[in-house]
Ligand binder design. Structure first.
Ligand SMILES: [Fe+2]
Length: 194
């Protein structure tokens, strides 16, 4: 699967919008988790990584009116040279969200869509857990993360049902947790974790 721009250019595009630091961290974590998931699934890590990096490409410019989130993404991505397939996968992470009028009645059907939605959602849980552990992710264990996953009061806004969509790919929840932790640990210095 061809990508029209390099990672550096994608990052430049995101940074040109002056994203909040936490949002940029979210994009980087989503990228890194998607890369690991791709390797585990035998898919293309560059393609999966680019989806993770750019999935919220219009968030900075739409966040003050959440109902418009993902309405600007197609134009931005199209202009950057991405094809309709890539754009549709980006949009699919908003499927089912009641806040998004255009997407709320759609549902994900493809492995790559489940992987993106589950990955970007799991980053929130791992980051929150890392903060609780004194910003430490390098020695985080699947067992501990699983406990937090089961504790619905912890990071309560983090949609467990979307994380569970990973089971519609060839990964188990445990395998997913393990490679997501590894993905985030790989970029720990960049995102202020240790
Ligand atoms: Fe996101």
């Amino acid at each position: 699967m061809e990508l029209p721009i390099l990672r550096e250019e994608a990052l430049k595009l995101l940074k040109s919008q002056n994203p909040e630091e936490f949002d940029l961290i979210h994009y980087l974590m989503s990228e890194s988790v998607m890369r690991e998931v791709a390797v585990k699934l035998g898919e293309d890590p560059d393609y999966y990584g680019m989806l993770g990096l750019l999935h919220d490409v219009d968030w900075t410019i739409t966040k003050n009116n959440v109902a418009t989130h993902l309405t600007k993404a197609p134009e931005i991505l199209h202009k950057a040279g991405f094809d309709d397939e890539f754009i549709q996968i980006v949009l699919s992470h908003g499927y089912g969200f009641s806040e998004l009028p255009e997407l709320k009645n759609e549902s994900r059907t493809q492995k790559i869509e489940f992987a993106l939605a589950a990955s970007e959602t799991l980053t929130g849980l791992i980051y929150a857990y890392a903060l609780m552990r004194g910003r430490k992710v390098s020695d985080m264990e699947v067992k501990g993360l699983k406990k937090k996953f089961k504790d619905k009061a912890f990071a309560a806004g983090c949609r467990r049902d979307i994380i569970e969509e990973i089971e519609k790919t060839d990964l188990t929840l445990d395998e997913f947790f393990s490679c997501a932790i590894a993905g985030i640990a790989k970029i720990k210095d960049e995102i202020g974790l240790s």
